[in-house]
Design a protein around this ligand. Sequence first.
Ligand SMILES: Nc1nc2c(ncn2[C@@H]2O[C@H](COP(=O)(O)OP(=O)(O)OP(=O)(O)O)[C@@H](O)[C@H]2O)c(=O)[nH]1
Ligand SMILES: [Mg+2]
Length: 285
Amino acid sequence: MRSASQLLTLLERRDVQALPMLKALYPHTGKALLLGVTGPAGVGKSTLINRLITVFRKKRKSVGVLAVDPRSPLSGGAILGDRLRMHEHFLDKGVFIRSLATRGSWGGISPSLFGAIHVLDAMGKEIIIIETIGVGQDEVRIAQLAETVLVVLSPGMGDAVQTMKAGLLEIGDVMAVNKADVLQSDPLRQELQESDPNRPVLEVSAEAGSGISELLSTLEGFFKKKDLVRSRKARFAREELQWLLYERLEAQGKGFPFTEDLISQVVLRKKDPYTLIEGWEKERN
Ligand SMILES: Nc1nc2c(ncn2[C@@H]2O[C@H](COP(=O)(O)OP(=O)(O)OP(=O)(O)O)[C@@H](O)[C@H]2O)c(=O)[nH]1
Ligand SMILES: [Mg+2]
């Protein structure tokens, strides 16, 4: 058996040698709790995750972290910063932190991300945290692979962020307003609470370590929602199958079967997408 790190590297490269190993470990997965942490760049996601790791470790839970930046073709840059924020846990055998380059030709998700989650799960990680920067649909989709989604925001993020918040607002099970130590966080907290009165909104400071235990117990409340977890696991499996299928079609040169000419015919209403799909299906059978 190769080490988990080696297997993750194979996955990142989409090396087919990873497949028999994934098949062998799959039956041993499905036990971990998946926590997605997303939010705009620099709001303090990694610093907050660092705090969460500490409290999970106090409860003797083993933790895996995957830092995913769908826009970087190789691990580096921002992701290096992510890992530095969690450096204090590097020597702890109960913590596994890995950044993952997931750029695939089908947007920001590549099937390697699913595989990587299974690897950490098979390693026995009880909590798997996936950090993504929530600036686009890809990131939002990645965060949604998790069973519980924590959206981190901080006050004064500006107009650009206001627009982007739309996507983030919809996916958060729990909202955290970070940097409460230095920034006026109450208006944002109120705004978020008004957007959905039933959803927990917590003021925290990852830097000062305040609000962390409240955040933890709120998250644990979500981990216990069996029906929710079950439906999110189904969503994960569906997404994984879908991406694998895409990848397979792509490898057969069938990735996207419609030419620019066909697309412009759709735009010009000379053809409709439904008939095109039917025709494509008939051709394959
Ligand atoms: N004052 C204050 N600063 C914070 C807090 N949390 C994080 N920071 C600082 O904010 C900066 C960004 O923190 P990160 O944890 O790297 O933020 P991030 O959201 O992971 O950033 P990206 O991964 O690049 O999107 C760092 O300089 C942190 O020290 C906080 O609660 N209060
Ligand atoms: Mg980060």
